[in-house]
Design a binder for this molecule. Structure first.
Ligand code: NAD
Length: 666
């Protein structure tokens, strides 16, 4: 059966043969057994509702076995027969190009070259799912292939509820992931309700189909590492030969060595999973693989003495590196961590002292003992970091819930006031004040033709627009614009593309709208050969309320509210987004964050031009308004500037209060 027919068929009409799991790809760790007998029966009943009754006798024991073995029902048998990767938009069977664009994005998120555990439909972050099972994938693709511009597909945590009549102005797809009644957002609630097949952890760009491989994160990571070095070095120094020590070579964390090379330092990145380390090495994202601590020390000393720019992957536990480097008196300029501590008990963080295999076995066999090991390891991890920071290392939390989980484990990471952490998050110190408050965030686009020439043209257009903007930009954002101009000028030679032909570029509201408009014109006049798909990471100015990450530099007490993210998704949906999504739990963990995003197809039409202006403006300025109301001075500056430019924008401004007045009150 050809590709198009297989998509249009949805769930096969004949029962396909049973499929074994592939040993060529990485698999999600077996999830813990959390369901009681009756709940397991409910999980099977839930899974079987996708299929004809006369298949149930075959599928029920098979799904029961998956549930017993892996802790989830993935329905491996129903994986499609075609290769999974993004194709050119014209290859998809569809009534509307907008639906075809979404299919392309879904397939990219599941491409084995892109996805972390492709057969479990996990794109990144250990548990960031596109769908819960293969039936949901098949049905969604079928719905997309038949939908018109007057219908909207509603997706509940991977489950396509179906097509509802709507209008051309409405989004084609509305996605929710993991939205829970607030009291049911503890980590075990995800285990339970995901095992039952009624919710999923969509992370940020996994369940919203906007993941573009580690490139998506390299730019933000490069900005962070460059600015962290600017903080610790004198103006006449550069990062060459200076050490950035961190961990994780997974979906997002795999960007760190590349970002370190761009920033010009020595990156040492520990990774316990040899497959993950090798994958990044093969893709050229990290320069050298080392699996022996002594060899690592020798190589690091050589690199520091020669002022090298190099990235070294250490296959092993990061705690061992922190401890060893202390003993060897190796000075670490920057330290961070990107293990998946948003998911600490199910394979996000591997405790020191256990091998990778021992940990995976314990997660499944003895989850309580594993939890104890993780907490012991976190205490040791923090202790080693504290020793280094006492020597002058600048350590920052990379938004992976490291400090949060370490504090919960009783590690020495609290500040003297016992409320704050000892160390800042990268958003508090860097991305918040320098980027988000001014509206700069991870704007991105995908060339739906799949052609590299289109990507090259978009790079050139974006560069031209940024240079124009920079000429008249105020001093406050000159540095950001320079960094972004450098990024887009070097993007191609940095060889960042994995999967679809995509590009990320930090830009503010003005930049995003002007670049998008120029793209739309280039499509209209044939300079670009096919539509473009715009989007962004949820890790942005307005889309995400996350008190330990995106909104960690909000100090008016509102960082534990989620109004901004909800307004954003609703606001984007009626201003022209092609699809919108809102998620519980991404990055820092289930229950710890509400985040949303959009996708927008540019087809060169007047409608697209109108929609992009309207939606991109709101998508950025919503967050600036909230940040300004929280009295962030950079956001107040950006908002005043925008209100001068846009007369229809009228935002409530905060009045600042003299400290002295308050001191005398209580
Ligand atoms: N890159 C960014 O800009 C960014 C921004 C915010 C948050 N984060 C957070 O970073 C974390 C990582 O994301 P990801 O997508 O790369 O997750 P991932 O699960 O794909 O990768 C994490 C990697 O860490 C490894 N690991 C776990 N414990 C280890 C240990 N003790 N020593 C060495 N390696 C260990 C795992 O084997 C895994 O490969 C997430 O919590 C994410 O939310 C990243």
């Amino acid at each position: 059966m050809d590709f198009k027919s297989e998509i249009q068929r949805g769930i096969p009409t004949e029962l396909p043969p049973k499929k074994e799991r592939s040993s060529a790809v990485s698999h999600a760790p077996n999830r813990k057994q959390i369901l009681y007998k009756e709940e397991k029966q409910l999980a099977i009943r839930n899974a079987l509702r996708y299929f004809k009754a006369h298949w149930h006798a075959v599928l029920a024991p098979e799904f029961a076995e998956e549930l017993q073995t892996y802790g989830r029902i993935y329905m491996y048998r129903f994986q499609p027969s075609y290769d999974m990767h993004a194709r050119a938009i014209s290859d998809y069977p569809a009534q509307t190009a907008h639906a075809a664009a979404i299919m392309l994005m879904i397939q990219n998120n599941l491409d084995p070259a892109v996805a972390q555990h492709p057969q479990e439909l996990i794109t990144y972050g250990g548990n960031g799912a596109v769908f819960q099972n293969w039936a949901q994938y098949l049905l969604t693709m079928q719905y997309l292939s038949e939908m018109t511009d007057e219908q909207t597909l509603h997706i509940y945590s991977g489950h396509p509820m179906g097509l509802f009549p709507s209008s051309k102005e409405a989004p084609r797809v509305v996605v929710t992931n993991g939205m829970m009644i607030p009291n049911y957002s503890k980590q075990d609630d995800w285990e339970k309700y995901n095992a039952l097949g009624v919710t999923q952890y969509g992370q940020m760009t996994a369940g919203s189909y906007m993941y573009i491989g580690p490139q998506g994160i390299v730019h933000g990571t490069a900005i962070t590492v460059m600015n962290a070095f600017r903080k610790v070095l004198n103006a006449d120094e550069n990062p060459n030969g200076k050490i950035f020590l961190t961990a994780g070579l997974g979906g997002m964390s795999g960007a760190q060595p590349k970002a370190g090379n761009i920033a010009g330092c020595i990156t040492i990145c520990a990774e316990v999973n040899p497959l993950a380390a090798k994958k990044r090495h093969e893709q050229g994202w990290v320069d050298e693989l080392i699996d022996d601590l002594d060899v690592l020390v020798t190589r690091t000393k050589e690199a520091t003495s020669k002022n090298e720019i190099v990235s070294l992957a250490f296959i092993g536990n990061v705690v061992d590196v922190w401890e060893k480097f202390y003993a060897e008196e190796l000075f670490i300029h920057l330290g961070s961590d990107q293990t998946s501590l948003h998911n600490p008990w199910a394979g996000g963080y591997y405790p020191v002292g256990l091998t990778f295999e021992e940990s995976n076995e314990m997660i499944n066999q003895d989850p309580d003992a594993f939890k104890t090991k993780v907490q012991e390891s976190l205490r040791r991890h923090a202790e080693a970091i504290n020793l280094h920071t006492a020597r002058g290392t600048y350590f920052f939390d990379y938004g992976n819930a490291f400090l949060l989980e370490a504090s919960r484990a009783g590690a020495d990471v609290m500040a003297a006031n016992e409320i704050d952490f000892k160390y800042p998050s990268y958003v508090q110190d860097i991305l918040g004040p320098m980027c988000f408050d001014y509206g700069f965030g991870p704007f991105r686009w995908v060339c739906s033709s799949g052609k590299i020439e289109d990507l090259q043209k978009t790079d050139a257009i974006a560069l031209c627009v940024l240079k124009e903007i920079k000429k008249k930009a105020p001093a406050e954002i000159q540095q950001q614009l320079s960094d972004n101009i450098k990024w887009i000028s070097e993007a191609e030679q940095n060889n960042l593309v994995v999967g679809s032909k995509a590009r990320i570029l930090y830009a503010d509201a003005e930049g995003r709208a002007k670049i998008a408009l120029a793209f739309n014109e280039a499509i209209e006049n044939g300079e670009l050969s096919a539509p473009l798909i715009l989007g962004r990471d949820h890790h942005d100015v307005s889309g995400t309320d996350s008190p330990y990450r995106e909104t960690s530099n909000i100090y008016d007490g509102s960082k534990f509210t989620a109004d901004m993210a909800i307004h954003n998704v609703i606001g984007d949906s009626f201003r022209g987004a092609t699809w919108v999504s809102i998620h519980n739990g991404g990055g820092v963990g289930w229950g710890e964050v509400t985040n949303g995003g959009f996708g927008m197809v540019l087809d060169g039409s007047k409608d697209a031009a109108r929609k992009l202006k309207n939606m991109l403006f709101y998508d950025v300025n919503n967050g600036i308004a909230r940040r300004s109301w929280a009295r962030n001075k950079e956001a107040m500056f950006a908002l005043k500037r925008e209100m001068e430019r846009t007369k229809t924008l009228k935002i409530t401004f905060p009045t600042l209060v003299a400290d002295k007045l308050l001191e005398d009150l209580f």
